[in-house]
Design a protein around this ligand. Sequence first.
Ligand code: ATP
Ligand code: MG
Length: 735
Amino acid sequence: MTAATHSTLFPQVPDSADAVLDGLDPEQREVATTLRGPVCVLAGAGTGKTRAITHRIAYGVRAGILQPSSVLAVTFTNRAAGEMRGRLRQLGAAGVQARTFHSAALRQLQYFWPKAIGGSLPRLVDRKIQLVADAAAACRIRLDRGELRDATAEIEWSKVTQTVPADYALAAAKAGRETPRDPAEIAQLYAAYEDLKRTRSVIDFEDVLLLTVAVLQDRHDVAEQVRAQYQHFVVDEYQDVSPLQQRLLELWLGDRDDLCVVGDASQTIYSFTGATPDHLLDFRVRHPGATVVKLVRDYRSTPQVVHLANGLLAQARGRAADHRLELVSQRPAGPEPVYTEYADEPAEAEGAARRIRELLDSGVPAAEIAVLFRTNSQSETYEQALADAGVPYQLRGAERFFDRPEVRRAGSALRAAARFGGNDSLLDDTVDLPSQVRAVLSGEGWTTEPPAGSGAVRERWESLAALVGLAQDFAAARAGATLSDLVVELDERAGAQHAPTVQGVTLASLHSAKGLEWDVVFLVGVAEGMMPITYAKTDEQIEEERRLLYVGVTRARDRLHLSWALARSPGGRPSRRPSRFLKGLRPGSGTAGGRASGGGAGGVERGSRGGGRGAAAPAPRRAQRTPARCRVCGRTLTDAGEMKLMRCEGCPSDMDEGVYERLCAWRAVQAERSGQPAFCVFTDKTLMAIAESVPEDERELARIPGVGMRKLNRFGSDVLAICAGQEGVGLDADD
Ligand code: ATP
Ligand code: MG
């Protein structure tokens, strides 16, 4: 880790309130120093909105104007809330509540439930869709998977817009919603769902907000108690506030107006759940005396990334677009965005994994790279490809890091060791703090190299590795720090939910990436059908998809890779086209109605499986014109693992068992020799696919999903020798 990273992880806490204002531009300063009355910040991505409000809170607290416990900062994702708590702590303003609407409401509800309702709060359901399916069965409505998902979305929308079942049909028509079934049927399902919840004594995600609103509305004593506790409110990402969240905010505020909201209408990405940027855009109408500040300098991204972001916005339509703010990059020039077209999705994932491997090899930290996709179902293909390339990744993000069982156990072990060793070194003076931590955590399962095995084992290891990394940074930043000091730091971080950096490439949906940033971002699946997603039909829905892409693009600080695949599966018909949103922006795509300026230099690269980066030759399978089908039963395959096998999981395998066994034995030796987990050599699925197709030459081997160029060069001759029936391959000499 570099010295620069140490200073970012453990920066000096500003020594005064005024020092908190250092590093803010004049407009951001205005936000930070306007501590009373309504304040609204309207600004584009990366202009420092979140920075301005965290500094505002910290400045107020440090200047003694705001009581830390009287401030409630609200944001939209757990990741963003965690990020904000971390930033506040670094500015010397620990103790301020930074939460999502949901978690702030849940906390209040748990506290007031016994007094306001009696008993304890009902259990929160975690699988709403199952409950909707049960409700559908109860009222004999048959729904396929897509309809079930859409019906669930309708129920969620009804709840956040505070629409009861009886009013659903009318409200849905008024809002122009495309209902998956007859509105009367959806209303019936919605009512049955609510009944079922009551029968089972459970509540859902939306109930948390609905019930909090109900308690605050009905019980003045409770409302007064909450208002006495919180006097200053700050809302990040205000463009995505739903009517229900807005109602809650109003109840929190009462007749006061110490409210600061920040947002960017061009990043509205939750309209489908009932959110609307109107609250942001009409803030001054509701609060005529509000201070309104606009920020335009983009501190996050290079001019190349900003150029693409501005180009996307130039094509946008609708109310949010009327308020767009052109970004002006403050960063030095960087590389042009890279556009790559692949034959199929596994090839696309493999191509991204290969580039990420190269970035890691060139010294880019894994935590500074993200792969962002439109739907969570795309994740698995990328997990597999990254595992195949031996790249560590994280799905959970840093949220609730300190609640993970392995982190709790590690904390206890470190605390015990610190007590045992007093304030001195655990072993002797010659052993530094990181070595002490490594020694203690090896007892908890930490090893120098990541383990072989399933995702859960690996994720536990990543947690411990993050603690080891934290100890290293802590020791580097504070000379002479002891294990006891580290334990204090960990306790403080746990209290503030300020997670250390988990060293892994982030895999995340575009929705969950809002507010965050990485040096390198891979936007994958930028094809028609994914972006915009097939079920986006109306103009408004299409515009929301465009904004989602804008959010994705503006997550990148330095490098941006955009890619798409022509077919879903290997051998599938190459019928897909790159996203319409890139028209006029990516090289060679013509103009977007003459409105957008052209994209950067260079052209679209053509990625190929087994080929070099940007190789012009198409992947061998592109020539085939059928979708990926099971070799045994002929069913169309969509699951990434099944696509690798080229058959359904359940269909009988025609695998050569002897070849498979020899491949497994060979893989164990390779893994042992290189100190890598076995799945980094080849995953089980790839070995099975090899044993099923028994390739005769490199070309055939390269066609198997999971065999990239690197692996072909490294292991190709061994694998082909095993397939040819040779015994004892790879067992004699070291490579
Ligand atoms: P988004 O719309 O994506 O949420 P944002 O407007 O909240 O973006 P921030 O995340 O606050 O932007 O800031 C973007 C990046 O720019 C951060 O790395 C932040 O530290 C940096 N930054 C913001 N303002 C300044 C400044 N005045 N000087 C230096 N860096 C800054
Ligand atoms: Mg932000």
